[in-house]
Design a binder for this molecule. Structure first.
Ligand SMILES: O=C(O)C(=O)C[C@H](O)[C@@H](O)CO
Length: 257
């Protein structure tokens, strides 16, 4: 028996648009609820949400059997962090702040067993191999790994063509907030200069053999990003959805007082 098929990676390679949502509560209960909405992918965010290895694992567990594919975002692309989340069963990783082809290569190598990479061979006791129930796990896991790198600084944009040439990179996600901040427009990813860079980056990625990704919290911007080439498109953040709905509800009742 081989490693489980990574359906998200397969959908990207078929060119299918994948709609996603951020799961930022760092808890399996709301993440399981989000999956019932039918999103194609959900980001289990270890960069800006208070997740640890066990909360990430619990969310991977509740997503099993759902259509929504888990995408685990790590705080950074360190080999030891990558090894740990792959061993608990993550297959798709989103890695922030990638600024060079060398960095992308190192991350890709950390996700693969030798000779392709440097991933440590401890799967016998790991959830990823279903605790050794998958005898061919080590021989087949590399092909199911999906690496999405985040390009979100001017340095990353400058290195984009080199990053796109790296084998093992499946997709490049443009981080609009960080990119805007790095370009001197903190908090304003709609600044014309930032939009120009995002448009150019998304179309260059879409024209390559890799998938282009991005996040937009309003419908119009998400549609524009999709027109510019975004294939894996995050269209919401669960924490923001709840906060907006709760505040709107209360404001409505206050205004009726
Ligand atoms: O720069 C960005 O935009 C991102 O990387 C996505 C954010 O981190 C996301 O958490 C929402 O702010």
């Amino acid at each position: 028996m081989p490693a489980p098929e990574n359906r998200f990676k397969a959908a990207l390679s078929r060119g299918e648009t994948q709609y996603g949502c951020w799961a930022g509560f760092a808890d399996p209960y709301p993440t399981e609820m989000l999956a019932t909405a039918g999103f194609d992918w959900l980001v289990i965010d270890g960069e800006h949400a208070p997740n640890d290895l066990r909360t990430i694992m619990a969310q991977l567990q509740v997503l099993e059997g759902h259509h929504s594919a888990p995408v685990v975002r790590l705080p950074m692309g360190e080999a030891w962090m990558i090894k740990q989340v792959l061993d608990i069963g993550a297959q798709t990783l989103l890695i922030p702040m990638v600024e060079s082809a060398e960095q992308a290569q190192q991350i890709s190598r950390a996700m693969c067993y030798p000779p392709r990479g440097i991933r440590g061979s401890g799967a016998a006791l790991a959830r990823a191999s279903r605790f050794s129930e998958i005898p061919d796990y080590i021989g087949t896991a590399n092909d199911q790994m999906c690496l999405l790198v985040q390009v979100e600084t001017q340095a990353g944009i400058d290195a984009l063509d080199d990053i796109l040439a790296v084998e093992g990179v499946d997709g490049v996600f443009i981080g609009p907030s960080d990119l805007a901040a790095d370009m001197g427009h903190a908090g304003d990813s709609n600044a014309p200069e930032v939009r120009r860079v995002i448009k150019d980056a998304l179309s260059r990625i879409a024209a390559s053999s890799k998938a282009a990704g991005i996040l937009a919290l309003d419908h119009d911007t998400a549609q524009i990003y999709r027109d510019w080439g975004a294939q894996f498109l995050a269209v919401g953040i669960d924490v923001v959805l709840l906060a907006q709905a709760a505040r709107g509800l209360m404001a409505r009742w206050r205004s009726d007082d």
